[in-house]
Design a protein around this ligand. Sequence first.
Ligand code: SAM
Length: 220
Amino acid sequence: MPEYDGFPDGFFDRSDPSPDPEFYSWPRLVTHIDDGAIAAVGELYEELGLDGEVLDVMSSWVSHFRTSPRSLTVLGMNKAELDANPHAIRRVLHDLNATPALPFPDDSFDAAGCCVSVDYLVHPVELFRDVARVVRGSGPFVCTFSNRCFPTKAIRGWLATDDGQHCAIVAEYFRHAGGWDEPTVERRTPVHHRGDPLYAVWARRLASYAAGRDRAPRPA
Ligand SMILES: C[S@@+](CC[C@H](N)C(=O)[O-])C[C@H]1O[C@@H](n2cnc3c(N)ncnc32)[C@H](O)[C@@H]1O
């Protein structure tokens, strides 16, 4: 498992280290957060203007947009789940724990999201860095999560920490990855909300990031 400064040994281990395709081989056509938390995701996406060509990583049959983006690509592990996503126009099966590099060219998307799934990533920094590669301009990457998970597939560091620490962990992923401005952390459901809490950590891609990337020289 990767080691990053500031994350203890074993942080990214999981109690079920079997390949993810086995665990996600059957479709789970369920919602993983309640209606209030789903509404909070949609409201945030609208507030941040997630539209145009948008990538939803670790996606399923729901992407929680109030209004479908013009072109939504969903990437996940289960074909039947992705096929059932009514917002999507492109569906990509891809195991981010086997290969954190995204199968898209540079500058492919205006924005990206990851809903209630960041806790399953064993190479999060590599993924966050690659999202900065495939997002263009100062597009946002929005990570939302609640307080539930599949515990055998969540990383040990997530299971050992609380909601506030989860926000700090995701913010550190953005900082370690580079390519992003200082992340914003917010609890999007009210403090005394009785349902699932919804937390969000997002950052905008640094407009200067493209200059630092390895690219073939452009013709004069
Ligand atoms: C809790 S569900 C969340 C699904 C959806 N984002 C939502 O908001 O309901 C976790 C999702 O993460 C995806 N996932 C888990 N491990 C993954 C991996 N290694 N690579 C890509 N996607 C993965 C699964 O396909 C699954 O649909």
